[in-house]
Write a protein of this length. Sequence first.
Length: 416
Amino acid sequence: MRYRGLGSAKRWSAIGAALGAAMLCTSGLQAQQDVPRQAGGVPVAPRGIADNPLPAGPFRYRTAEGMDIRVEVVARDIEYPMALAFLPSREMLIVTRKGELRRLAPGSNRTSVVEGGPVGVFAGESGDAGTSHAYIDIALDPQFATNRYVYIAYNKPEGDGRVLALGRGRWTGARLEGFADIWVAPTGVSGVMRMAFGHDGTLFFTTSGADAQNLSTAGGKVLRINPDGSIPADNPFANSRTARRDIYSYGHRGALGLAVHPRTGAVWESENGPNGGDEVNVIRPGVNYGWPFVSLGRTYPGPWQAGRGPGHEVFEPPVIYWTPAIAVSGLMFYTGDALPKWKGDVFVGALRTGEIPGTGHLERILINENMEELRREVLLYDLHQRVRDVKQGPEGYIYMAVEQKDGSILRIVPAD
Ligand SMILES: [Ca+2]
């Protein structure tokens, strides 16, 4: 039966092809459009619905779980905000692609520049070849109350080029002082440095590169160091003679989000596939997550990754995935009380959906106790904004950094 079915499908497909060829001959129409391509056969993204200006707001939404929300524009005087963090004073610190550290007081809608951060290299548009984000991520030390360390991941100048680095300085209440690098990337690391502190106080961060499967290089990995830059003794390759001792997991393409599960303490990672195969992974020590051998998505020019169909055989599979890609970015677990029906849910930012600019948004994923997906909800799609970071604020509201030239900080509060 199975073979007869297949034969029949083949026959129909042959008939279809013949009909198609006949139509092509008679009408002169092509079956598909040719699209402009850039280097490597990558299609040039269409701009038709990009660059929608953000209205003044606020915006009200009914949501799937029956909880109505209001989305407020907190600040809109920021170019390309990349990430945000909250100080114990409830003040927000923001880092930008242009290499600025900015602060925003609670209740204010104007940010101001903070001095004392490192010099960064800013170039190009996000997503284009040769792009450089000057500042990428910001994190507070788990012992911030006593040591006042603020960590910044950034691209620092080196010769005529740039190199990824991660450093820290002390917050004086008005500026950073004594900023110094604790980790500088070797050659071959091309991008991505999202950071998260584990419950044990160690610092996890992400890299991309063409060598995700090579344990002697630093690209395409989740790395783990102590806050002073030293190597934790329980790192999976801490005693290896050949592998880098700072590697925690490998086989990653490019992780734009990193967060610690509030109950299990596991590090979760959101990772970009190319045209498809975006993933959320639960990170475990020494484990191989499969890039570039396997993917659930296609490459930019069209063929499946690695010349196979979609799949993730042999390697550690993602717990959540997207095809086509949503350019999955910031990652957050919601633990607050202000939006009670979302408690425990996973939130991710999206920069663009299906390779079309102007389609960024926020997604909410409800998972069960075994970390399996039950429901998924797309939020704020009609605002057409690139959601680069998502963080829970001190009042239990959800804050987002919208990374574009006319960038902004948004927040979700309960509708009144
Ligand atoms: Ca993978």
